[in-house]
Design a protein around this ligand. Structure first.
Ligand SMILES: [Zn+2]
Length: 240
């Protein structure tokens, strides 16, 4: 497996951190910092309905080839997710979303077809469409590191209208927040890496060797801030 630029950057930061460590610096540290860090909060796993789309060997090969072209590494597995991307479906129901993701039709002229690991219905049902360890094409530049969470919501005329509708829909918003909080804790994903599709091009994790960029407008920063606040609150309210 070719080490990726992002991984190399992380390794370099680690080397710098180790290199700058010295016994004198350690001795000068106040005693309080030697206390063990608090245990992470245990967010309960929400109820999830496994509703798998076909993800056979052919689709895995297509995903691996897509990854080779766009990320420089032939791989279909999502080994170590570092981000969660929020989307909405631009449909009013779940069924057409499942059908689109299952169809494996080319998108932007390339296979595999689009998908996301999760779709949260308006009634709060969390559908899981693939295993967590496989990649889905939901966000250009981040499919090798990000889990995609779609929320069923049709487009509306006004900017922010769709996101506001989701955030106001009690059961759906609660389910989406519970799912993201659980995924965040499970994979130790920092809150800043819970982003909206509209924010993806600006993520430090973004990479596309073919020069592709997202042109989607779902979940801009202001609405994501509100969503993150709810995730943080749920984590705060969970037991250690
Ligand atoms: Zn999207």
């Amino acid at each position: 497996m070719t080490p990726k630029l992002r991984c190399r950057a992380a390794a370099f930061a680690l080397i710098v951190a180790v290199a700058s460590f010295s016994p004198a610096a350690a001795a000068a540290r106040p005693a309080a910092t030697s206390a063990a860090p608090a245990a992470p909060r245990a967010v309960a796993k929400p109820r999830i309905k496994f509703d798998p789309i076909p993800y056979d060997h052919a689709r895995k090969r297509q995903m691996a080839a897509y990854s080779r072209r766009h990320y420089g590494e032939r791989e279909w597995r999502l080994a170590d997710p570092e981000a969660i991307v929020l989307h909405y479906t631009a449909t009013s129901t779940y069924a057409p979303v499942f059908n689109t993701f299952a169809a494996n039709a080319p998108s932007l002229g390339e296979k595999p077809g689009v998908c996301a690991q999760f779709v949260v219905g308006k009634d709060g049902t969390i559908h899981q469409l693939t295993r967590l360890y496989v990649r889905c094409r939901h966000t250009i530049g981040l499919n090798d590191v990000a889990i995609g969470v779609e929320m069923v919501q049709q487009s509306v005329g006004s900017r922010h209208g769709a996101e506001r509708a989701i955030l106001a829909r009690r059961r759906q918003a609660r389910a989406a927040v519970a799912l993201v909080a659980w995924l965040k804790q499970r994979y130790r994903i920092p809150l800043k890496n819970v982003i909206g599709h509209a924010m993806a091009n600006d993520s430090p994790l973004f990479e596309d060797l073919e020069g592709w960029r997202n042109d989607h407008v779902d979940w801009r920063a202001g609405d994501v801030r509100e969503f993150r606040g709810r995730v943080a609150k749920l984590i705060r309210d969970s037991p250690r």
